[in-house]
Design a protein around this ligand. Structure first.
Ligand SMILES: NC(=O)c1ccc[n+]([C@@H]2O[C@H](COP(=O)([O-])OP(=O)(O)OC[C@H]3O[C@@H](n4cnc5c(N)ncnc54)[C@H](OP(=O)(O)O)[C@@H]3O)[C@@H](O)[C@H]2O)c1
Length: 231
């Protein structure tokens, strides 16, 4: 099913008028980077992974399973020629990592991160505002779009397993950047829903705290978000 969906997504990209292949830097090669990189590549985009150690064998394995001539390099080098930058990195490090990447002016930054902080009772919100706003302040001339933070990486690569439609809330201040990210979302078989400006990132990040508290709390209940616009 997953392979068929990837082929359909690639066909979709190459047949829709105006679809454009982008260079996408995926910063971080863990669960989320390893999910989104191959998915975006299957839609016809060129992926450059940015890793603290691009020579590692697991990074080489990720490059191999990413179609379309993917490569890996350092984090700062990966963003240089990228149109889109995915920050698939630890949630409490986004400010220092964003600043370490150099000039991100004019690029779209996809932010799937969550500012999760461990406490004695579980997890709490680890920043005052939101990671989306912190990243936008650290790269003021980039277009930050918060996306992919409210679901598990396994659902990103296999949304059919969820048993129904899955929403990806998008927040950000630039409409064109949100439209570009929405196309990537839809190409994965997920549903994009625009929830407004970057000031709403705090609440979208809170959705993940609610998700995780149910998934790993006393109820052990797992769910996926499906939101729909009122007609
Ligand atoms: N796991 C999920 O299902 C999921 C779903 C939605 C959102 N999220 C959010 O997405 C973000 C990434 O999650 P993840 O599960 O992919 O985490 P992860 O598996 O720990 O991967 C994070 C990657 O970031 C890089 N990294 C680690 N420490 C770093 C540092 N000090 N400086 C720069 N880069 C560093 C590493 O890549 P290199 O070793 O190659 O440098 C690492 O593999 C988190 O904020 C998380 O809350 C996770």
């Amino acid at each position: 099913m997953q392979t068929i969906r990837s082929i359909l997504a690639a066909l979709f990209l190459f047949t829709v008028a105006g679809a454009q292949a982008e260079t996408i830097a995926v910063i971080g090669t863990g669960s989320v980077g390893g999910a989104l990189g191959p998915e975006f590549a299957a839609q016809g985009h060129t992926i450059v992974y940015g890793s603290r150690d691009p020579s590692r064998s697991d990074v080489a394995e990720l490059v191999t399973r990413t179609v379309g001539g993917a490569s890996a390099t350092t984090q700062a080098e990966a963003v240089k020629d990228a149109d889109i930058v995915v920050l698939a990195v630890p949630g409490l490090l986004v400010e220092e990592i964003t600043k370490s990447l150099g000039d991100l002016s004019g690029k779209i930054i996809i932010d799937p991160t969550n500012p999760l902080k461990r406490s004695e009772t579980g997890l709490e919100f680890g920043v005052d505002t939101s990671n989306g706003q912190i990243i936008q302040a650290a790269a003021p001339d980039a277009y930050v779009v918060k996306a992919f933070n409210t679901l598990n990486w396994k659902t990103m690569v296999d949304p059919e397993e969820s048993g129904g439609p899955v929403s990806i809330p998008l927040v950000g201040d630039n409409a064109a950047a949100k439209a570009t990210v929405a196309a990537l979302v839809e190409g994965m078989g997920l549903e994009a829903i625009d929830l407004g400006g970057i000031e709403n990132a705090h609440w979208v990040e809170g959705m993940l705290i609610l998700w995780i508290n149910n998934r790993y709390g006393s109820t052990r209940d797992s769910f996926d978000y499906h939101l729909r616009k009122v007609p």
